[in-house]
Ligand binder design. Structure first.
Ligand code: N01
Length: 532
C-alpha cells in the first residue's frame, strides 16, 4: 500500500479563508496543502455565478487587510464588487503570493479521521489519495453547501435546472426562455431583475416575502477612496470595533425609535433609505432588540413596497409579516420594481404550494406552469452543511455528525471537544455571517496561526477544547442570541430552511466582545483548551 503523503497542515477549501490560512502557514515555515473541490480558487465567488451576483459589503471593506501594498494597489470600480471582480481579486492574491503550488484543485475531502496513536489527522479524498497532517483546518465556508429541495418529479423536467450556487461557468442563455425562479433570498433578489430583463417570461415562486432595501450601487468616489487609503489601517481597526465589523464610517444612529416623534422617525428612515445598503438598518440603534424600533423600520419599508409595486395584490404578497432584519438582510437593485414588468409573475407558495415538477414545468395546488428553465435560488445548508458532508471522526471514532446531532457545539466557533488539532474557520458559535466575513475570516485565521505558532514553540503536540468550556460557550451563544429579535422568525441562522435540521441559533452576535474573549483566552494560556 502506498504510504500517505505527510503535511504539517491540511486546509480544506481555497476560498477567502483557505488562501489566507495557507499564506499564514507558509509564514510559519510549515508544509501546508489546500484541498479544493472546485477547479479554481475563490470558494463562494468561484461557485456563485448566477446573473447579478455581487457582494453586498462595500468594496472598500471587502478585501484582505493583511498586506498594505495589496490593499493600497487594488482598485475596485463600484460601491459593491461583482462576483467576477472578486474572483479576479482572489486569483490575483493567489498569484501574487504564489499560493497555487500548494493547492490541489478538483479534489473533494470525503473523510478525516484522527489517529490517536500517531496524533495526526488522516484525510481521504475522492480521488483515493491518502494524506496525513498534524493540523486540519476546515476553511469550508459558512454558506457553501447548496440546499437542493426534494420536489416530486424533479428528474422528469425536460429543461435544465440550475442552482444559483452551481451556475454553469459558460453562462446560461435566457433570451426567449420561460424561466422559473424558486426562492426569494439574497441570491434570488439579485438574480430576478437581471433574469427578467433577458428572459421572455419570469415566474417567481415565493415561500417567504423578503425585506429588501435598495443597494444604491454606484461608481466609487475616488476622493473617498483616497481618504480611506491615506489611513487604511486605521479604517480597518475602526471597523473591527463595530458589532458587524464594518461601516465605521456610517455607524448606526445612537437613538431608538421610542425617542422620536412619528415625523422624526420618517425623516431619519428616509435619510437612511437614500444612503442605501446596510446603513439603512442603522436608522435606530436597536433594530435587532427593540420591537418598537423594528416595527417603525418595518412599517416604513412596507409603505415603500406598496409605493413601488403597481398592483396592490402583488404588493401585498411581497410584503413580509415578520420582524425586519430577522432573516439575513437583503439589498437589491430594482427588485420590487421588477414585479411591475409585464413579463414577470409572482406565485405565493403559502397559498398555492408546489406539488410536483413535471416534464413541462411546475405544478402547484392551483395551476400547471410551463417553463424552459428552472432556477433553484433555494439557498444553503448553512454553517454546518459543508462540515457535516465530510465524515469527520475524532477521539475514539466519535463522529462530528453524532457530536452535532442536536445542533453544532464547540468552543469559540473554533474547536470541537473530542477533535484535537482540528480548527474551523468562521464556524458556528462565532460571529461569522453576522459580520463582514472578510474581517471575521482574518481574525480567525490569525488566531489559529498564532495558536499553532505557540504550540510549536512550546512543544505542545495537541490542543483540544474542553467539554466544560464548550458547554459554557454554547450557553453563552444561546443567551446572547435569545436576547435579540433574530430568534423571532424563521431564518437560516437557526437552520429553519432545512427540513429536519436541529433548531439552534448558530452565529454569535457581536464581533468586538468575541474578539476580546479570544484574546483573553490566549492571554490566560489558552483557557478552556487542553494543551498536551
Ligand atoms: O439563500 P436564502 P440565498 N421551496 O436561504 C426559499 C449570502 N448571500 O442563496 O425564506 C420553496 O437566503 C427560501 O424560503 P424561506 C447571504 O448571507 C449574500 O438567497 O426559507 N422555497 C428563501 O426564499 C444570504 O442570506 C449575497 O421560506 C424554498 C430562498 O429559497 C445567504 O448567502 C448574495 C425552498 C433561499 O434564500 C443565502 O442566500 C447571495 C423550497 N423547498 C447570497 N427552500 C450578497 O452578498 C428554500 N426556499 C449580496
Amino acid at each position: 500500500m502506498k504510504s500517505a503523503a505527510k503535511f504539517d497542515v491540511i486546509i480544506v477549501g481555497a476560498g477567502i479563508s483557505g488562501l489566507y490560512m495557507l499564506f499564514q502557514m507558509r509564514e510559519l515555515g510549515l508544509s501546508a496543502l489546500v484541498i479544493e473541490a472546485g477547479g479554481g480558487v475563490g470558494g463562494t465567488w468561484y461557485w456563485n455565478r448566477y446573473p447579478g451576483a455581487r457582494c453586498d459589503t462595500d468594496t472598500i471593506e471587502y478585501s484582505y487587510s493583511f498586506d498594505e501594498d495589496l490593499q493600497q494597489e487594488w482598485v475596485w470600480p463600484e460601491r459593491y464588487p461583482t462576483q467576477s471582480e472578486i474572483l479576479n481579486y482572489l486569483n490575483h492574491v493567489a498569484d501574487r503570493f504564489d499560493l497555487r503550488k500548494d493547492i490541489r484543485f478538483n479534489t473533494r475531502v470525503e473523510a478525516a479521521v484522527f489517529d490517536e496513536k500517531a496524533r495526526r489527522w488522516q484525510v481521504g479524498t475522492d480521488d483515493g489519495a491518502a494524506l496525513t497532517a498534524r493540523f486540519l483546518i476546515m476553511a469550508t465556508g459558512s454558506i457553501s453547501e447548496p440546499n437542493i429541495p426534494k420536489i416530486d418529479g424533479m428528474e422528469s423536467f425536460r429543461g435544465p435546472i440550475h442552482h444559483t450556487a452551481r451556475w454553469p461557468h459558460e453562462g446560461v442563455e435566457l433570451a426567449g426562455k420561460r424561466v422559473a425562479v424558486i426562492g426569494t433570498g439574497s441570491s434570488a433578489v439579485q438574480a430576478i431583475p437581471v433574469i427578467a430583463e433577458q428572459a421572455a417570461q419570469l415566474t417567481v415562486f415565493q415561500r417567504s416575502p423578503q425585506w429588501s432595501v435598495p443597494a444604491h450601487n454606484r461608481p466609487v468616489d475616488p476622493d473617498f477612496v483616497a481618504e480611506i487609503k491615506a489611513d487604511y489601517a486605521g479604517f480597518r481597526a475602526r471597523n473591527r470595533l463595530e458589532s458587524g465589523a464594518q461601516l465605521s464610517h456610517i455607524p448606526a444612529n445612537d437613538f431608538s425609535a421610542a425617542e422620536l416623534s412619528e415625523e422624526e422617525r420618517r425623516r431619519v428612515l428616509e435619510e437612511r433609505w437614500q444612503l442605501g445598503g446596510f446603513p439603512f438598518f442603522g436608522a435606530f440603534k436597536d433594530i435587532t432588540v427593540s420591537l418598537e424600533s423594528n416595527k417603525a423600520t418595518a412599517d416604513f419599508v412596507r409603505d415603500k413596497i406598496r409605493a413601488i409595486v403597481n398592483d396592490p395584490a402583488v404588493a401585498e404578497m411581497l410584503t413580509p409579516d415578520y420582524t425586519i432584519h430577522c432573516k439575513r438582510p437583503v439589498l437589491d437593485s430594482g427588485y420590487f420594481e421588477t414585479y411591475n414588468r409585464p413579463n414577470v409573475r409572482l406565485v405565493d407558495l403559502r397559498a398555492t404550494p408546489i406539488q410536483a415538477i413535471r416534464p413541462s414545468g411546475i405544478r402547484t395546488s392551483e395551476a400547471e406552469h410551463e417553463f424552459d428553465l428552472i432556477v433553484l435560488a433555494t439557498g444553503f445548508d448553512n454553517m454546518t452543511g459543508a462540515l457535516l458532508r465530510i465524515d469527520i471522526r475524532g477521539r475514539g471514532g466519535l463522529s462530528l455528525r453524532e457530536a452535532w446531532a442536536e445542533g453544532p457545539v464547540n468552543y469559540l466557533g473554533l474547536q470541537v471537544s473530542g477533535f484535537p488539532n482540528l480548527f474551523t474557520i468562521t464556524g458556528p458559535g462565532s460571529p461569522s455571517v453576522l459580520t463582514n466575513m472578510m474581517v471575521a475570516i482574518e481574525q480567525h485565521v490569525e488566531w489559529v496561526a498564532e495558536c499553532i505558532r505557540f504550540m510549536i514553540s512550546n512543544d505542545h503536540a495537541l490542543i483540544e477544547a474542553t467539554e466544560e468550556a464548550q458547554v459554557a460557550w454554547v450557553a453563552r451563544v444561546n443567551e446572547v442570541a435569545n436576547a435579540t429579535l433574530w430568534v423571532s422568525c424563521h431564518n437560516w441562522y437557526q437552520g429553519d430552511n432545512i427540513p429536519g435540521k436541529p433548531r439552534v441559533f448558530m452565529p454569535l452576535p457581536g464581533f468586538p466582545p468575541y474578539v476580546e474573549k479570544c484574546e483573553d483566552v490566549v492571554a490566560n494560556g489558552y483557557a478552556g483548551f487542553l494543551l498536551s
